[in-house]
Write a protein of this length. Sequence first.
Length: 422
Amino acid sequence: MTADPSAARVHVVGAGIAGLACAVRLARGGRRVALYEAAARAGGRCRSFHDGQLDRRIDNGNHILLSANREALSYLEEIGARDSLIGPERAVFPFVDLASGARWRLRPNAGRLPWWIASAARQVPDTGLGDYLAGLRLARAKPADRVVDLIAPGTALFERFWRPLTVAALNTAPEEASAALLWLVVRETFFKGEAACRPLIAREGLGESFVEPALARLQGAGAEVRFKQRLRAIETAEGRAAALDFGEARVALGQADRVVLAVPPAVAADLLPGLTVPDDSRPIVNAHIILPEADLLPPELPFLGLVGGSTDWVFVRGDVASLTVSAAEDLAELGNDEVAARLWHDTARALGLDESRQPPIRVIKEKRATLAQTPQALQRRPPARTDLSNLFLAGDWTDTGYPATIESAVRSGRAAAALCCA
């Protein structure tokens, strides 16, 4: 007898963005869904919380989406939160060089012909057309190529454009980052013109945009959402997952049930012996600072890219400045007080504040923020299918073909949902 699909259940383990995207897509399609999360809250590395030290609601980190991130934006549409993102009407990226004091705005033009690279008003200072054309070497990138194998470091364009772009998109320094993966980013954004490059950030917080609306949709669809449920083991039989062991509870799986593991790679490897996963990661360091006054950046463009210092980006929401440092191996090893001092130094210079008056600062370190997006590590990204016929993988670290970002997480969750329904 064939199992009735309407009676089957999909068990999604992990309530980060990948797990949420998977569960929402399944519930929307009428599937019965059970969502399990080891922590006390959903969101994973994309979450908001009230910080007692600052007495403010903050995000664990900062994320810029681009208008090219169609799956992430579609996910927000699906959960009714598309309007929770804000950004300028035009593609514009403000920068300051902390070493020289130079300030500029990178402004890609509308249309596919990138004439902005020849416009002094739109390009990076101290660069010329030839510098940008040299970047076309990325189109010839082989799987083993690093960014520095194709683009020579040391130039103004490298330090003010290629390095910030590589670190922001891949969370890996250009000296070791995959040139092929960076080319995909360039091809999908700057090569498609302003329409694909418009920056978008959460108006209130990551939780309000990506997490809470998804949980509300799941609960409205009758999905079970269970927190503080850490999966300890997966029982198998006849080439399929037969039961999920959560320690105090054991969930037997019916013949038509499916499982999606949307957990970090190390957790997936522990649960599935023999699974190849990326085993090299890179940290991100974030800090949140109470400012002496609110809205020090214009509300239509409340972020600023920084070069020549320790900080990559500063975001301002009300009287809180939130800073991000990607590929932060060295910074992550320092004590929080020293990190705070360095990042306040950058913030004061960027925003024109009195550096001698350091306000309260909350430092957050994500030591395994993403996989190291090197040519070697990317070869270890597994597909969504596993050796178990009813168990699939999701997560930004799986082989989505995209950098390990929110976009990749959503793509992976939706791909796993499609396999569950196939």
